[in-house]
Design a protein around this ligand. Structure first.
Ligand code: AMP
Length: 217
């Protein structure tokens, strides 16, 4: 399947993206994870992205779009995108690129959640340094404190989860990314999921919302 996941920072997209990718046996492509990998490895792409990420700004469209398409072309048949598109220019580039490849997008899944809930979630979020799985010290703690259940890697707080940066990321979301909801609604691709609730319950809702997407596995 070819779907994009939308929603504000802290909506639980990353957690749900892993669970949906497992369920549908699809490749998960997260632009945020790709950037963080590049920052850690100090590649030229990472150096370009770092200052934007640290201040909660978006990385420029041309940089993201090039990176994304080189990754999409490795998995032409199916993927879930987490963190892309984030602007109308990115959504339009994705639409054009997929049309050229004869494999249009099948759905855009929007995780709906109030800002107050996302701010609280981001404060407790911890991410595995090795496999990027996310946890929450309040609502989804790992079995052993500070250690990833899946790979044993060390958990850390993301530098852009500091409260000031979180507030700015939410502003950027409402300014640049929220208009994509209408973009995908106009194309009949939008599916909305209530993202407030237990992780398992939200996954069940998300799978249900994708019920009518052809070739789901
Ligand atoms: P995320 O993990 O999706 O919250 O992304 C973390 C940061 O990476 C964002 O705050 C941006 O600085 C950058 N980033 C990730 N995806 C994109 C994108 N599609 N467009 C621009 N910047 C992005």
């Amino acid at each position: 399947m070819r779907i994009v996941l939308l929603g504000p920072p802290g909506a639980g997209k990353g957690t749900q993206a892993h669970r949906l990718a497992d369920y549908f046996d699809s490749r998960l492509i997260s632009t945020g994870d790709m950037f963080r990998r590049n920052v850690r490895q100090e590649t030229s792409l990472g150096l370009k992205a770092k200052s934007y990420m640290d201040s909660g700004e978006l990385v420029p469209d041309d940089v993201v779009i090039d990176m994304l398409f080189s990754e999409l072309d490795k998995s032409p048949n199916g993927w879930l995108l987490d963190g892309f598109p984030r602007t109308l220019a990115q959504a339009e580039a994705l639409e054009r690129g997929l049309e050229e490849r004869g494999r249009p997008l099948q759905a855009a899944l929007q995780f709906v959640i109030p800002d107050e809930a996302t701010i609280a979630r981001l404060a407790g979020r911890r991410v595995c340094r090795r496999c990027q799985r996310t946890y929450n010290v309040e609502v989804k703690p790992p079995r052993i404190e500070g250690v990833c259940d899946a790979c044993g890697g060390e958990l850390e707080r993301r530098s852009d989860d500091e409260p000031e940066t979180v507030r700015h990321r939410l502003e950027v979301y409402w300014r640049d990314t929220a208009p994509l909801v209408e973009f995908y609604r106009d194309r009949g691709l939008l599916r909305e999921v209530d993202a407030v609730g237990e992780v398992e319950e939200v996954t069940r809702r998300a799978i249900g919302a994708l019920d009518d997407v052809p070739d789901r596995t």
